[in-house]
Write a protein that binds this ligand. Structure first.
Ligand code: HAM
Length: 423
């Protein structure tokens, strides 16, 4: 049996990098005042259709949607924002405090064509802020991403930002854009033609070379912003400059989800081939209200966990597995019986102890201790038990001491804790 196409196992050797990322990310999020939230993997299809947008690639062709046994239409979550907004509204979180900051880590599902950096089950590290309309939060989230990547030692990433306007100024921009698109109709791909009247903004980031050429002189959203959106975007940029965050204003950045207003951004890498976005996000000031909640601004981003891990893998070897503090060599049944109890107690005391139960020879077990990189080996044989003293061998210095059986666990725990503290 094999995994299905686009789905994969993340093996222990890879997980070490994932854990490093997760530890760094959650530490940073906590320092910035974010709380963890966990949401279901399955939701009503309608939630995603209404928030992400009926004419987006995700909703039109990438969702895993099915009818359950009662015929309810359900979908495996393709992203986390819609569910977190649903949760914010469902639990009336705004009634206690409209300002809430969340992070959420978990798998998402999109039926895209699999390739390097693109999977059908992938993971996101998602961050959302509710209740703050100020542009400083836009800058803060981009700064936060930048800081996380800096701490992880990543270089060569670039932040692309844009402003998509609001319901006040976007219709005017769309009209101007449509005029141009009408005149270029014969040069646009089928997908763009279909979207022209429903979602013209998306045409700005069509990857087809013909479409790109046809709209090379397309108007930029930032030249059609209303006063408020324009001031907002200026504050975002000047704050990022003051904080020393490198960024580029990118007029073609429109994002693949329809809920965005004002600031939108992506963090791009050149090291993953076609899949260049490691993270993406933006403001969605109308979404809470659209899904039935009170008027509440929202903003957030998601990092592609798989992609970030792949960029990290290119930079560094996975961290070594935790080292084994003690390997117990038990020779014979009686030794095994005694040693098993010590082994459990030592693990319980937090000493990373290993033991082999296959009844192998002393030579084979020493080899295994070496392979596991054990710092110390405890040798327990029939003779040692008779003499009530077992042998502890330091694998680094190759010296041995004899330890009394009665006080063995306390003695070892003390020794190991001391050497872990000094080492
Ligand atoms: P998104 O741009 O669709 O945004 O996804 C965010 C990130 O998830 C992408 O930049 C990419 O790194 C990763 N990603 C997306 N699809 C795949 C895939 N098939 N395989 C591997 N990685 C993938 C969102 O999902 C928004 N919910 C972000 C957001 C949060 N906006 C506001 N709040």
């Amino acid at each position: 049996m094999q995994t299905i196409r686009g789905f994969r196992d993340i093996l222990p050797e890879q997980i070490r990098i994932w854990q490093k990322i997760e530890t760094e990310a959650t530490g940073l999020f906590k320092a910035f005042g974010f709380e963890e939230i966990r949401i279901p993997v399955i939701e009503k299809t309608e939630l995603f259709a209404r928030s992400i947008g009926e004419t987006t690639d995700i909703v039109e062709k990438e969702m895993y949607t099915f009818a359950d046994r009662k015929g309810d239409k359900l979908t495996l979550r393709p992203e986390a924002t819609a569910s977190i907004v649903r949760s914010y509204i469902q639990h009336k979180m705004y009634a206690v405090d409209p300002v809430r900051k969340f992070y959420c880590i978990g798998p998402m599902f999109r039926r895209e064509r699999p390739q390097k950096g693109r999977y059908r089950q992938f993971y996101q590290i998602d961050v959302e802020v509710f209740g703050v309309a100020s542009a400083y939060i836009d800058s803060q989230l981009i700064f936060l991403l930048n800081e996380l990547f800096r701490r992880l030692g990543l270089t060569g990433l670039s932040a692309h930002i844009n402003s998509l306007g609001c319901p006040e100024c976007r219709p005017g921009f769309q009209t101007t854009l449509l005029t141009l698109l009408e005149s270029k109709k014969d040069q646009l791909c089928g997908n763009c033609l279909r979207r022209m009247n429903k979602n013209p903004l998306r045409i700005l980031d069509c990857k087809s070379p013909e479409c790109k050429a046809a709209i090379s002189d397309a108007p930029a959203t930032i030249d059609h912003l209303c006063r408020e959106c324009s001031d907002h975007f200026k504050i975002v940029q000047s704050t990022l400059e003051k904080q020393g965050v490198d960024f580029k204003v990118d007029n073609t950045l429109v994002r693949g989800l329809d809920y965005y207003t004002r600031t939108a951004w992506e963090i791009l890498t050149t090291s993953l081939g076609a899949q260049s976005a490691v993270a993406g996000g933006g403001r969605y000031d109308g979404l809470v209200q659209e899904l039935g909640g009170p008027e509440t601004p929202g903003i957030g981003f998601a990092i592609g966990f798989d992609r970030l891990a792949e960029v990290m893998e290119q930079l560094e070897k996975a961290p070594d597995p935790d080292t084994v503090d003690l390997f117990i060599i038990a020779l014979g049944e009686a030794a095994m019986e005694k040693s098993y109890l010590w082994y459990s107690e030592l693990n319980q005391a937090g000493i990373r102890t290993e033991m082999d139960f296959r009844g192998k020879s002393m030579k084979a077990l020493m080899k295994r201790a070496d392979k596991l990189n054990a710092a110390q080996v405890l040798i327990v044989g029939e003779n040692e038990l008779e003499r009530n003293a077992v042998v502890l061998r330091d694998m680094g210095t190759k010296t041995q001491v004899s330890l009394a059986v009665d006080t063995l666990v306390e003695n070892l725990t003390r020794k190991m804790t001391q050497s872990n503290e000094t080492g």
